[in-house]
Design a protein around this ligand. Sequence first.
Ligand SMILES: Cc1cc2nc3c(=O)[nH]c(=O)nc-3n(C[C@H](O)[C@H](O)[C@H](O)COP(=O)(O)OP(=O)(O)OC[C@H]3O[C@@H](n4cnc5c(N)ncnc54)[C@H](O)[C@@H]3O)c2cc1C
Length: 456
Amino acid sequence: MEIWRESQKDLPVIERKDVVVCGGGPAGFGAALSAARNNCKVTIIEKYGFLGGMATASMVNLMAIRNLTPYNDETFPLIGGIPLEFLKRLNDLGGTVLPDEALRLKNIDPVVPSWSNYLLFDVELTKIVMAQMLKEANVTIRNHSFITGVVKENKTIKGVIIESKSGREVIMAERIIDATGDGDVAFFVGANFDQRLDEDTLPATMIFSIGGADDEKIWAYLAKDPELKELVSKAPRYISQPDFRFKDIPFPLKIFKAKPPKGDIKKYNQMVRPGQWWIWGLHMFNKNVVDAVDLSFCEMTLRERVYETFLFLKKELPGMDKAYLDQTPVQVGIRESRRFHGEYTLTLDDLLGGKEFEDGIARGRVKDETAPFHIPYRSLIPKDIEGLLLAGRCISLTHEAATQVAPRNQPTCMAIGQAAGVAAALSIHDNKLLRRIDVDKLKSTLISQGVYITGE
Ligand SMILES: Cc1cc2nc3c(=O)[nH]c(=O)nc-3n(C[C@H](O)[C@H](O)[C@H](O)COP(=O)(O)OP(=O)(O)OC[C@H]3O[C@@H](n4cnc5c(N)ncnc54)[C@H](O)[C@@H]3O)c2cc1C
């Protein structure tokens, strides 16, 4: 490879903070809020011009109801704390309904066809609520800033290098939380990781929305063909297959919107925009999503598929004949990329067996019939690196564990972020390494802040 040596240059250190949170997705939001509320001076760094990560940039506008409401005869939901508080704030603005309300509606009327175990929320209001909550906690939000490197001494991280219209700048911190999804900070600091690049890698998926549809006609069609099987059987003749793979084109195609409960349309004012429908199901496999060339190819190709799918729906789905292509995401949705070696690596057996850990800091559940599992604090600590925690999708877990949405769904990522924020704060205030903090104190602090670590 041709090499060009960059000349040495002094970079301005523009901030010194207790905690710097890298990435403003669900995990970063939870981490920044939590660290600030636990008496730290916090900056959050985000490459886009808004917060939310996959929830906003990739239009992943669903949260599992089952994480947020008690199962069967259990007393508490799996997840409380910041995720629940965030949903309450969103609900106040009409950007979602509360999980118990969603569960009640689900039982009387499928609110989201074939997705009724999920809570739909509004993407635009999510951006606003996340920023409001962080500002209220005095978090400095630095958008439009791409983290491109780190400041380190041996294996200890001391700061991050960001690039923006202002050039290259440095932000120093006592502790850093990597919530970039792909673990960019851990990568730059030299943490070891695995990355799967084959047919079984979890796909990148492009979600999009259609506007101008005739809702009544579509609801009537969905009543007859709720799984869209008949509709999709007409698809192959519309869609070509170049060098990427749709499992069964364009399956699993999902089309949905929230259905206003009878007589209560006000509550749904943001989520049931007349004529707007959300489409999921366009996947691409086997691309390196942390490589700019592959990622660009993936997004450009999927946008073409979006257009073909839109044309197909316009032609074949009754009620779509006057529809228009409403929105494609800023970024394709990513499920799996770098998986770091942590002090503990969560496995599929742990998830399926409902494994509880002494250092469990958040909970999830694979299926109704499996017991809740813990996410151990050790999965947030990258091996052999000091000063850094992983939060969200990039915690240490195996590929098999990552095939389950349970350890990486948005409420769980926010809950992991909340734990990382408290851990960073304790580590600073008690003057201990992140791997040496008092885990009982971490757990009791989380419980006092509304987190459900046990089912009692
Ligand atoms: C198609 C799809 C469907 C899904 N379905 C569901 C579902 O139904 N329900 C559910 O709850 N979850 C679902 N998920 C999972 C969930 O959305 C993600 O796992 C979750 O958003 C991960 O949160 P995170 O904060 O760890 O990372 P992300 O949401 O990826 O956020 C990372 C943030 O870091 C920023 N960033 C990254 N690198 C840098 C950098 N170098 N410099 C600065 N900023 C950076 C990004 O812009 C982003 O804002 C789905 C995911 C996908 C892709």
